[in-house]
Design a protein around this ligand. Structure first.
Ligand code: ZN
Length: 398
């Protein structure tokens, strides 16, 4: 489209409305920062139900104050997940809601704030979960607030779903995510953007987790070495087999990431195991890699092998629906004189579930920064206004 080309080359004037909106969010940058800080300072590790329920309750109040209808989805084992529904203005053209998807659990144990306090330095805000993905949740709140200010009420129905267990596989929330996605016109995932240029994510690899357990026969390493059948030796041989399943050219990676086994150095090991991370680029690769992993046979016939696990998240592929959402996002960005890039990434998110159902999904709509899950995790605070602008524009146009 020639018009787009002009905009992107910077020779056309951006739409005044877009710049006005950007100014609106620029003026509120410190409010957005404050919300991010409040969320970071409520620690919420996935494995601590009380802590996760605390942030769920806090957010329920915040969304209620914006006019949302709040529904808590209880979980016995994990924290509760939070659904918030907003009615669109009467007569809104598109009856289907847009689904804003995120998670409030983090990978950081309680007490992390002591060594990793939430603070702003050199234009960066640091703290546990600030990038992944408490800034994304803050953007939801502020984009919805802005749309209500601009339009009187939301221009279309919006459903927010914030899950409690994304960092540990989304086992308690997956079915709800999938049901809500099926009812929606499209899904915007507020996971962090890719890289410091803030690209949105239009493809993600699929993720599997497997465990290979080996049973051997123990014996005294000094008195009866010949009687033992070492689970550790068998495991080591199997690991060399499994590593050959890597096919980086095809986007398939297989990583034996954690091993354990044995009891003492003077005992031939009776058991050993390896945890394996598997990534695939295309959904159709799932069955073949699963079959390969399950088809390994013991070298030492006295050893037993047991492979458990599966491909938990199918890849988010760059379908036509995904590409169309990206085109809309790029247009909104270009109106504010910003060239929004796209990226394909190796990590999975709940966006894999929704895209796997064929629902148009755009991921990486959240904060811009680096160091997710690491001690240097941060967001670039000057990026917050235009991320809010992008989200608000996408809520209107999905
Ligand atoms: Zn995340």
């Amino acid at each position: 489209m020639p018009a787009n080309k002009l905009e992107e080359s910077g020779t056309a004037w951006p739409q005044p409305a877009a710049l006005e909106r950007l100014r609106y969010f620029d003026q509120r940058q410190s409010d957005i920062e404050q919300t991010v800080r409040e969320l970071v300072e409520i620690e919420s590790p996935s494995d601590n139900k009380d802590a996760v329920d605390r942030i769920a309750a806090f957010l329920a109040e915040r969304f209620k104050a914006l006019g949302g209808r709040v529904q808590m989805h209880p979980s016995a084992e994990f924290g509760d997940s939070l659904q918030v529904d907003f009615h669109g203005a009467p007569g809104s053209l598109n009856g289907k809601p847009v689904l804003l998807l995120g998670h409030y659990d983090t990978v950081y144990p309680l007490g992390t704030l002591e060594n990793m306090p939430c603070k702003i330095e050199n234009g960066k805000m640091r703290g546990p979960g600030v990038l992944d993905m408490k800034s994304g949740i803050a953007l939801m709140l502020h984009a919805i607030d802005a749309l209500r200010n601009w339009h009187g009420e939301l221009p279309r129905p919006v459903t927010v779903f914030l899950v409690s267990d994304e960092e540990v596989g989304s086992y308690s929330s997956r079915k709800i995510t999938e049901a809500l996605a099926t009812q929606s016109a499209g899904v915007l995932v507020l996971e962090p953007a890719a890289g410091l240029r803030g690209a949105v994510k239009t493809a993600r690899k699929g993720v599997g987790e497997y465990l290979l357990a080996v049973k051997g026969i123990a014996s005294h390493a000094g008195l009866d070495p010949g009687k033992g059948h070492s689970a550790i030796v068998e495991l080591a041989r199997q690991i060399t087999v499994i590593s050959k399943f890597n096919n980086l050219g095809q986007g398939i990676s297989v990583n034996p990431g954690v091993i354990s086994g044995g009891t003492r150095t003077n005992v031939v090991a009776a058991q050993a195991s390896v945890g394996i991370d598997v990534r695939i680029k295309r959904a159709k690769q799932a069955a073949a890699i699963d079959r390969k992993l399950r088809s390994i046979r013991a070298f030492d016939k006295k050893c037993g092998l047991e492979m458990t696990g599966n491909i938990n998240r199918l890849p988010m592929e760059r379908t036509k629906g995904v590409a169309a959402l990206y085109a809309k996002a790029r247009k909104i960005a270009s109106q504010a004189r910003w060239k929004l890039e796209e990226a394909a990434v190796g990590g999975g998110s709940d966006g894999n579930f929704t895209a796997g159902l064929g629902i148009p999904t755009l991921d990486g709509m959240g904060g811009v920064g680096d160091g997710a899950h690491a001690v240097h995790e941060f967001i670039v605070i000057s990026e917050l206004p235009r991320r809010a602008l992008l989200l608000a524009g996408m809520i209107e146009s999905v």
